[in-house]
Ligand binder design. Structure first.
Ligand code: ZN
Length: 219
């Protein structure tokens, strides 16, 4: 079996991170840990954490660092992650979180931190063109619409633009990402962990580039 990997995936929203994380997770046989998905699941299931997170998000506030760190620490303490590794997606977001992660992983340090690089103008265009099925959440875009009108190929639901995908909201999210992530990227670069990978091209090409970069890091 392929060796596992312990890595963090960074990149702007719309850079193709989600797709690539799923592919890398299959290749290395490690879990793809998306903190966004974990939070949404907790909210859906109504766990203590979910209730707290839902309350904060409803008030327009971010889930505080100590809560996020606690969630990640617990997840990284599971059998699958301690034995084979993980792909962390959505965490860390700040230098404080990165510092906490370094402490959590001190006995099994990260192999690599990947910055999947796609220019801001490109992701803006991609996100603005994004459309989603309101019923089954299947993804489409203005370039790849459903076969018949804006009706979902899978379930016949209405395919729409997400409310938070307006140009102004997208700009705001990207600006937030920029201001928070720039110091984080510098922090990992100083520690020799950062690998910038070009996110342009066909999905397969990008996956190949990622595998090459990660395998070099581990050798
Ligand atoms: Zn659908």
């Amino acid at each position: 079996m392929t060796r596992g990997v312990r890595m963090v995936m960074l990149g702007r929203q719309g850079a193709g991170k989600g797709t690539q994380c799923v592919r890398l997770s299959r290749h290395y046989v490690v879990p793809h840990i998306s903190t966004g998905d974990m939070l949404r699941a907790a909210v859906r299931e109504g766990t203590d954490l979910g209730l707290k997170a839902a309350e904060l998000m409803a008030a327009g506030e971010l889930v505080p660092d100590d809560v996020m760190i606690g969630i990640v620490e617990e997840r990284l303490d599971s059998d699958d992650t301690t034995q084979r590794g993980y792909i962390l997606d959505g965490f860390p977001r700040t230098v404080d979180q990165a510092d906490a992660l370094a402490k959590i992983t001190s006995s099994r340090p990260l192999d690599a931190v990947i910055d999947l690089d796609v220019a801001k103008e490109t992701v803006l265009e991609r996100l603005a063109g994004r459309r989603v099925c309101g019923d089954c959440a299947a993804n489409y875009s203005v370039d790849k619409p459903p076969r018949y009108g804006w009706v979902c190929d899978n379930c016949g639901g209405d395919v729409v633009q997400r409310e938070d995908d307006t140009p102004a909201a997208i700009e705001q999210r990207l600006a937030d990402y920029e201001s928070k992530t720039a110091p984080l990227i510098a922090w990992y670069d100083e520690r020799g962990l950062l690998e910038v990978v070009d996110g342009y091209g066909a999905t397969d090409e990008v996956t190949e580039r990622l595998l090459t970069a990660i395998d070099q890091r581990r050798s």
